[in-house]
Design a protein around this ligand. Structure first.
Ligand SMILES: Cc1cc2nc3c(=O)[nH]c(=O)nc-3n(C[C@H](O)[C@H](O)[C@H](O)COP(=O)(O)OP(=O)(O)OC[C@H]3O[C@@H](n4cnc5c(N)ncnc54)[C@H](O)[C@@H]3O)c2cc1C
Length: 677
């Protein structure tokens, strides 16, 4: 029998405490003659090299900036990141938000991160926070948020070339770090510097400990002016460079981020509230208009729902998106909501029901006791039988299960209300918007009675299915998908083991324990009905939910049977908005190239006169934006969509890969309409 070779450890530690990579046959950092190990290099070479430490009375380069973006080519053990975060904390003139984007093909274990930082007491607290979020790092983009989302680490787990290809936005500083050119030549290729130049703007500074001739040459060929400076021992020299090419592209000349001004968001559900929060955080004065009297009156009024990753055989865009969405939702919930009352992130059990959708090969209904998720899915998907058994959830070979560690339940209305409580956000209910018109370089919002409701530089339409009515005819092909849940209090006198303590999902879900004012509640959902755009409750849907509980969790159905017969189970119905590709629509309705058509196209939706069309010629500077079509996954995706919208507007690094963000562009449908016209 041939033996399987042992996996190569990412980090091994030498007796003198030097971290070493067996894969690259190189050290992460030398033990150091500077007395500070790698921290001396992080500060002396990288932070100082990019002008990020205030020196002799002069402010750091990032002073007072709304946001600052550092791009690093090799995360390694994270010392540069921790040093930059520490410097940001110490600097009273720090930028409002620090985006640190780093590439790492082989992320170390959290224990190695902690061990690496242990020598530097000032970093201990920060490295512990980093280690807590260091999980599920499969290939792709991962966003880790610290300091109330003011310090954002985007870790791209991939090789350098594909990682830089998937990056969007400009960077202000570049840390060229990684194993030496002799050990890791792929990282120091000319293509890497060309790609970095595409993400640079006038004055972007670069720093590295590597002074190799070919590195200086390639930087110069890519438009950087280089300078050799004294290094941090044991290195004699270090390198600094500044982006100053002979010719700039339009976006390299200066910052292209939008200047915060007035913004109106139409729709006060999850999509609108999360977009409003993300923009308010970036300095916009946001007014949220809704035809309803109070926030979260549409689909977001569902009493509670689950957030959990979508799993697919081919890890399709929706699956990738939900992983990013959950990270964003958890960060925001931890910041704004009350754990255990408004939400819980304690995991979700996903059961597979026979005859339903195709499963990934590794989750194909074989014995659940032995089935395991592939390593690439990380600890997010680890089958757990013990957890299910203690909760009296029946598993069998025909009902394989996945335990999603990063998942939970939430009350959407709580997130909506918390988001709208931002000091830069104003709520205006009972306000029906009939039209959005461009006028004198602004957007004018008109009510049903043709009265002007408000004007603003930016408008975001987040009106669920009603979004369509505010866009040109035949625009966004939104479909209404009616849904109904059942919910009720725990049966009187029931003890805590009466229903599963975690949500159980499987083409529908049971959330067994949502705290209520008196007793805890259970929530059972939900139906998917194509007929009808009205959120009316139906007896047939109520019966369907009950039948589904029998299929999903027969034991729980038995527990609730008497209460159900007595009519204690209440129903709630709502309407989801979906697009044919089941993905949200985020960003400008008409993309950059067709922006000047935005005014006329929007006015056309209202059937305006030729005179009106002429009057609309002074188009607003910012096109109409959308944030909608969250479908059945608003709890998972709303926060991410709000951040994506704001990141596009502010030329920030995107929270997901560029190709994934492209799947969500609202204009993917609009472009076709414009071409036809
Ligand atoms: C039964 C059911 C169960 C669900 N369960 C889950 C779940 O477990 N997990 C999950 O992630 N998702 C779930 N969802 C989906 C989730 O609720 C939605 O994705 C999400 O709430 C959509 O938010 P939204 O802001 O886009 O839309 P909405 O919440 O519908 O908000 C749209 C808002 O726009 C306002 N509006 C519309 N037109 C106008 C106008 N012309 N002028 C002014 N205001 C206007 C409306 O009044 C409304 O408040 C469920 C949905 C349903 C129906």
């Amino acid at each position: 029998m041939s033996s399987v070779p042992a996996p190569v450890p990412t980090v091994s530690w030498r007796a003198d405490g030097t971290p070493f990579s067996p894969r690259f046959d190189d050290v992460y950092r030398s033990a150091g003659l500077d007395g500070h190990g790698g921290l001396g290099q992080a500060r002396g070479v990288f932070l100082q090299g990019c002008g990020l430490l205030p020196e002799s009375g002069a402010a750091a380069a990032w002073a007072h900036a709304p946001h600052w973006t550092i791009l690093e080519t090799g995360f390694g053990l994270g010392l540069n990141f921790l040093a930059a975060w520490h410097a940001w904390r110490q600097d009273s003139e720090r930028p409002t938000r620090l985006f640190y984007t780093s590439v790492e093909a082989y992320p170390p274990n959290p224990s190695d991160l902690l061990r690496s930082a242990a020598a530097f007491p000032e970093l201990a607290g920060l490295s512990r926070q980093l280690a807590t979020q260091w999980h599920g790092l499969v290939r792709g983009f991962h966003r880790l948020c610290f300091e109330r989302e003011r310090v954002v680490l985007t870790l791209i787990v991939d090789d350098i070339a594909p990682a830089l290809k998937e990056l969007a936005g400009r960077c202000d500083s570049v840390f060229l770090d990684g194993f030496s050119p002799a050990r890791n030549p792929a990282m120091w290729r000319a293509e890497t510097f060309g790609a970095i130049a595409r993400h640079a703007r006038a004055g972007t500074r670069v720093a590295t400990w590597c002074v190799a001739h070919e590195v200086r040459e390639r930087l110069a060929q890519s438009g950087f002016q280089t300078e050799r400076v004294p290094g941090v021992p044991p290195k004699r020299h270090a390198l600094r460079a500044r982006f100053s090419p002979v010719y700039y592209t339009k976006t390299q000349v200066a910052r292209t981020d939008a200047q915060p001004a007035r913004c109106i968001v139409i729709g006060g559900g999850l999509a609108g509230a999360c977009a409003a929060w993300s923009l308010a955080e970036r300095g916009w004065r946001v007014t949220v208009l809704d035809r309803a009297q109070h926030p979260a009156a549409g689909a977001s009024a569902v009493p509670a729902g689950i957030f959990a990753p979508h799993v697919s055989a081919d890890d399709c865009p929706l699956s990738q998106l939900t992983r990013a969405g959950i990270a964003a939702t958890q960060a925001r919930a931890a910041r704004l909501l009350r754990p255990g009352i408004d939400f819980s992130s304690d995991g979700v059990l996903e059961l597979h029901l026979p005859g339903k959708r195709r499963l990934p090969a590794w989750w194909d209904g074989t014995d659940p006791a032995t089935a395991t998720a592939p390593e690439s899915l990380g600890p997010q998907c680890t089958l757990t039988l013990a957890k299910a058994r203690t909760a009296q959830v029946e598993l069998s070979a025909h009902r394989p299960a996945l335990w999603h560690t990063q998942a939970g339940w939430m009350r959407p209305a709580a997130l909506v209300e918390a988001s709208l409580s931002h000091p830069n956000v104003t709520w205006r209910g009972s306000t029906h918007v009939a039209h959005v018109l461009p006028e004198d370089g602004l957007w004018r919002l008109v009510g049903g009675d043709d009265r002007t409701l408000d004007r603003a530089e930016l408008v975001v339409v987040a009106a669920g299915c009603a979004t369509q009515a505010l866009l040109p005819d035949g625009g966004l092909p939104l479909r209404a998908l009616r849904g109904q849940i059942a919910w009720g209090p725990w049966p009187a006198g029931a003890d805590s083991s009466v229903l599963p303590p975690f949500p159980v999902n499987g083409q529908g879900y049971l959330i067994g324990r949502v705290p209520g004012t008196d007793a805890p509640h259970w929530v059972l959902g939900s139906t998917f009905e194509r007929s009808g755009r009205q959120p009316v409750q139906r007896v047939s849907a109520h019966a369907a939910n009950w039948a589904h509980l029998h299929a999903l969790l027969p034991g729980s159905a038995q527990t609730l049977a008497a209460a159900w017969r007595r009519g204690d189970a209440r129903a709630w119905a709502g309407v989801r908005a979906t697009l044919p590709d089941h993905l949200p629509a985020v960003g400008p309705w008409l993309d950059e190239t067709s922006r000047d058509l935005g005014g006329a196209a929007t006015a056309l939706g209202r059937g305006c006169s030729p005179r009106e069309k002429t009057a609309t010629s002074a188009s607003p500077r910012l096109p109409l934006h959308l944030c909608t079509a969250l479908g059945a996954r608003g709890l998972t995706l709303a926060v991410l969509c709000g951040e994506l919208l704001a990141a596009h507007l502010h030329d920030e690094p995107l929270p997901v890969a560029r190709s994934l963000a492209a799947h969500l562009r609202a204009s993917r449908y609009a472009t076709r309409v414009v071409r036809r016209g």
